[in-house]
Design a protein around this ligand. Structure first.
Ligand code: ADP
Ligand code: MG
Length: 696
C-alpha cells in the first residue's frame, strides 16, 4: 500500500466523508497517519458509577437494564436512552438521531463507554453520559480488561466524529508491517541508524503506532520525542542542503574588489562606518567576491545602520555591471529607502527606481521595461518586486529588509529573478535568539551589528505608574515647546469597556482636547487606509504634527530624527522585543531622548519585564530575556511566514530537541547515503518550503 494514496481507499470513506476529511486537511493516507492526536483519553481507568462526577470525562462499564426511545417533539429528533448499572449505581446514556442503534442495544448486554458526565434529569440514576467519544457492546466472554487503554483524541468537526477517526486510524495501522496481508505497508526509516542510536530514538513505525495508540505514558513520551526530532531533523537537513547546494552551484557571481564607485560612495557618506559596520561590510565583500553565492543574514538593532551597508553592497554590484534589488516590507519603508538612496546615489550617476504597488499600471510597466533593458541599476520596492513581470537584465544582488515578514519562498522567488544565482543578503532588525534563528534562517550565515553609530544620545527609559500620567504629559508638552515631537503608543485601537485608556482613539481624544489642545496632534492605526496612514506619517515626518498617537503600526521603519519622546500606555501589555522595536523610533537624532513606560502591571512577570526595559537597550539581551519570560511564541507570532508547518514539534516547548536535531543534521548533510533517505521524506512532507532542492 502506498501512503500517498487518497484516503478513500479505506473502508468507510465514501465521497461525502472524503470531502469532509479533505476539509480537515486529510487527503492521503500519509495525512491521516500524521494527523496526530490532540490529546488522549485514558480508558485504562474505569470509574464506578457511584464515583462519577459531573463535568468530567469518564469510562464506565456496566450492564444495560433498560432502553427507551423518544421523539423530541419540536425538532423531530429521536432520542435513544440506555440505562446502565454496574452494581454501584445507575447511569443514562443518550444517543440522538441514531435510531438504528436500537437493534444493537439489548437489555442484559454489557457496554463499555467513554463520554462526558452530566447530571441526569428524571428517570433512573442521577448521572447521564452524552457526547460519547467511544463505546462498545462487549460480547459475553469479553472481560473488560483487554478493552482498556489509552485512546487518541483527534481534532474533529461536526461532521467527523471521534469514533470514526479512531476507526480510520485503527484500520490504517492494522495494515502496518503485517506481512500476512498483501496490502500491508511500512514507513521507511528516514533517520540514519547511528543517529537513532545516538539520540535513543524509537523506530519510526513504532513511534507512529504509539503516538496514536500508546501502550503507556512512557512510550507515548518516547513516540512524541521521536516524531518531533524527525520533523526538526528533516527541516534542518532541508535548510542545510539549500545552503550547501547554492554553495556548490558554480554559477554564482564573482564581484571584483572594490573600485571607483564604492570609493566615491564612501566619500559621499556624511560619516564613517562603525567597527561593527566595517566588519559586516568585510564579510559581505568576501562573500560577494567569491564564486559561491552569498547567503547572509544581517542582524542589527533598529538604527544600527544596516541600510548604509545595504547601499554599499548594492553599489558594489552596480560597479560590477549588475543590477541590485532591495525589498522592504512596507510602502513607507520602501519610500524612505528610496529617498535616502536617491540623495546619495544620483550624484554618482546610479539609476535608482521605486517600484511601488501604488504606481499606475503604466508606470509600473515602464519600470519593468527599464529593468529588462538594464536602464535601471537599483530598484527598491515592496512585494510588488516578486511579481512575475519583474525581470532583470543582470541581477547581481538581492536584499530583503525586515526579512521576518517574508517567507522562505518569497526570498527564493526574489533570488530566481536572474540568470546567474545572485548574491543574497537578508536584513532583520528584530533580534532573534540564536536558537530560533536556526529554525527560520538555518540556511544562512549570520553577521551582526551590535553597536549603535556614535554621537547618539542614549535613550533614557523610565517606568511610571498610572498616577503619574499628568506629570508625564506635562513633561511631553515642555519638550514639544522646545521644538521636539512625541509618540504616544497604545495597545488597542478602540477601547474595550474594561480598560478605557488602552485605546489609541480615546487617548487621542483625551489628549488633543485636553492638555494638548492647540497643538497639532495626529492619530494613526492599522484600521486606517494605507493612504491615510501614509499621509499622517508624512505630516509627522515634516514636523506638521507634533504629537502622534499610534498603535504598533509605527513599529517598523519610520525614521523621524526630531521625535525624541515616546510614551507607551499600558506598557506591560507589550512584549520586550516589541517595546524595543517601538523604542527604536526615538533616539534617532541629536536630541536627548526619553521613553516613558506607563505601567501598573501587578504581576511579578510584568514588573520584571519593565525593569529589564529600564536597564538595557541591547536588543539581543532583550530578545533572550523575552524568550525566557514569554516563550518563543511571540517571535513566531510575527514570523509565521518563515516557518514550515510543524505537526508534532513545538518550537516553544522543544528547543532542546531543535538543538539536537540541528546537530544531527550537521553531521548528516555531507553524507549522500544519509540524504538519500532524507530527500524523499522532505519531498513528501515539505515540498512547498523546499521546492528549490527538489528541482535538483
Ligand atoms: P537600520 O536600518 O539598521 O535601522 P539605519 O541604516 O536606518 O538603521 O541607520 C539609522 C541612522 O543612523 C541613519 O540616519 C543613518 O544615516 C545613521 N548612521 C548609520 N551609520 C552611521 C554611522 N556609522 N555613523 C553615524 N550615523 C550613522
Ligand atoms: Mg533599516
Amino acid at each position: 500500500m502506498d501512503l500517498t494514496e487518497p484516503i478513500d481507499i479505506l473502508k468507510g470513506v465514501g465521497p461525502r466523508k472524503l470531502q469532509q476529511l479533505q476539509h480537515m486537511g486529510i487527503c492521503t493516507l500519509f495525512d491521516l497517519l500524521t494527523y496526530f492526536p490532540r490529546s488522549y483519553e485514558d480508558q485504562s481507568v474505569v470509574t464506578a458509577i457511584a464515583n462519577l462526577q459531573a463535568g468530567e470525562t469518564a469510562t464506565v462499564s456496566g450492564v444495560i437494564t433498560g432502553i427507551q426511545e423518544r421523539q423530541a417533539a419540536r425538532r423531530r429528533m429521536t432520542i435513544l436512552t440506555a440505562f446502565i448499572s454496574d452494581g454501584t449505581g445507575y447511569l443514562q446514556i443518550t444517543w440522538f438521531n441514531q435510531k438504528f442503534l436500537k437493534d444493537k442495544l439489548k437489555v442484559g448486554s454489557r457496554i463499555f463507554a467513554t463520554g462526558k458526565i452530566t447530571y441526569a434529569y428524571g428517570g433512573q440514576g442521577s448521572f447521564a453520559m452524552s457526547q460519547l467519544s467511544s463505546w462498545e457492546i462487549l460480547a459475553e466472554e469479553d472481560g473488560t480488561e483487554d478493552k482498556c487503554g489509552i485512546l487518541p483524541v483527534y481534532s474533529i468537526t461536526d461532521k467527523i466524529n471521534q469514533k470514526f477517526m479512531r476507526q480510520l486510524t485503527t484500520q490504517l495501522l492494522e495494515g502496518m508491517a503485517d506481512n500476512s496481508q498483501e496490502d500491508s505497508w511500512e514507513l521507511p526509516e528516514v533517520i540514519p541508524a547511528d543517529i537513532c542510536q545516538q539520540y535513543h530514538l524509537l523506530e519510526r513505525n513504532q513511534a507512529v503506532r504509539q503516538v496514536h495508540y500508546p501502550t503507556n505514558a512512557q512510550t507515548l513520551r518516547q513516540a512524541r520525542y521521536r516524531l518531533a526530532f524527525e520533523e526538526l531533523y528533516l527541516i534542518q537537513c532541508g535548510l542545510l542542503l539549500l545552503k550547501k547546494q547554492s554553495q556548490e552551484q558554480r554559477q554564482g557571481i564573482c564581484h571584483r574588489v572594490n573600485g571607483y564607485l564604492v570609493r566615491q560612495l564612501f566619500q559621499a557618506l556624511p560619516f564613517q562606518l562603525t567597527n561593527d559596520q566595517q566588519k559586516v561590510w568585510q564579510d559581505i565583500c568576501n562573500d560577494m567576491e567569491s564564486y559561491v553565492p552569498m547567503r547572509r543574514l544581517l542582524q542589527g538593532d533598529v538604527g544600527s545602520g544596516k541600510t548604509v551597508v545595504a547601499m554599499l553592497a548594492l553599489v558594489k554590484t552596480v560597479e560590477n555591471g549588475f543590477q541590485g534589488v532591495l525589498m522592504a516590507p512596507t510602502e513607507i519603508l520602501a519610500h524612505q529607502h528610496y529617498e535616502d538612496f536617491c540623495h546619495l546615489l544620483e550624484p554618482l550617476g546610479v539609476r535608482v527606481a521605486l517600484l511601488s504597488g501604488r504606481l499606475s499600471i503604466g508606470k509600473r510597466r515602464g519600470i519593468y521595461e527599464k529593468l529588462a533593458k538594464h536602464e535601471i541599476d537599483i530598484v527598491i520596492g515592496t512585494h510588488a518586486l516578486i511579481q512575475d513581470e519583474v525581470q532583470f537584465a543582470a541581477l547581481g544582488l538581492a536584499i530583503t529588509d525586515e526579512q521576518h515578514r517574508f517567507g522562505i519562498n518569497q526570498r527564493a522567488l526574489l533570488e530566481q529573478k536572474g540568470d546567474a544565482l545572485p548574491d543574497v543578503l537578508v536584513m532583520t532588525a528584530t533580534p532573534i535568539p540564536r536558537t530560533l534563528t536556526l529554525t527560520v534562517y538555518g540556511d544562512l550565515d549570520v553577521s551582526m551589528i551590535h553597536q549603535l553609530p556614535p554621537g547618539r544620545k542614549p535613550i533614557r527609559t523610565f517606568v511610571r505608574g498610572e498616577d503619574r500620567r499628568e506629570l508625564i504629559y506635562k513633561f511631553v508638552l515642555e519638550e514639544i515647546a522646545k521644538g521636539r515631537q512625541a509618540y504616544v503608543v497604545c495597545p488597542l485601537i478602540e477601547s474595550k469597556e474594561e480598560s478605557r485608556l488602552s485605546s489609541a482613539q480615546d487617548v487621542y481624544e483625551e489628549l488633543s482636547q485636553g492638555i494638548f489642545a492647540g497643538i497639532s496632534c495626529g492619530l494613526v492605526h492599522g484600521k486606517l487606509k494605507q493612504k491615510e496612514k501614509e499621509a499622517i506619517m508624512e505630516e509627522f515626518y515634516q514636523g506638521k504634527i507634533k504629537l502622534l498617537v499610534a498603535t504598533t503600526v509605527i513599529e517598523v521603519g519610520v525614521n523621524v530624527p526630531n521625535a525624541s519622546i515616546m510614551v507607551v500606555e499600558h506598557a506591560q501589555q507589550f512584549g520586550l522585543s516589541q517595546l524595543h522595536q517601538l523604542r527604536g523610533r526615538i533616539g534617532r537624532g541629536e536630541y536627548a531622548s526619553y521613553c516613558i513606560l506607563v505601567s501598573d502591571g501587578k504581576t511579578e512577570n510584568a514588573r520584571r519585564r519593565m525593569e529589564i526595559m529600564e536597564s538595557t537597550t541591547d536588543g539581543f539581551v532583550l530578545a533572550e530575556e523575552d524568550l525566557k519570560l514569554r516563550g518563543p511564541g511571540q517571535f513566531f507570532g510575527s514570523m509565521q511566514h518563515g516557518l514550515p508547518d510543524l505537526k508534532m514539534a513545538d518550537v516553544e516547548r522543544d528547543i532542546d530537541i531543535l538543538l539536537q536535531a540541528r546537530r544531527a543534521a550537521l553531521e548528516s548533510v555531507d553524507r549522500p547515503e544519509y540524504m538519500s533517505r532524507v530527500l524523499p521524506a522532505l519531498r513528501l512532507q515539505y515540498q512547498e518550503q523546499f521546492m528549490n532542492i527538489m528541482e535538483n
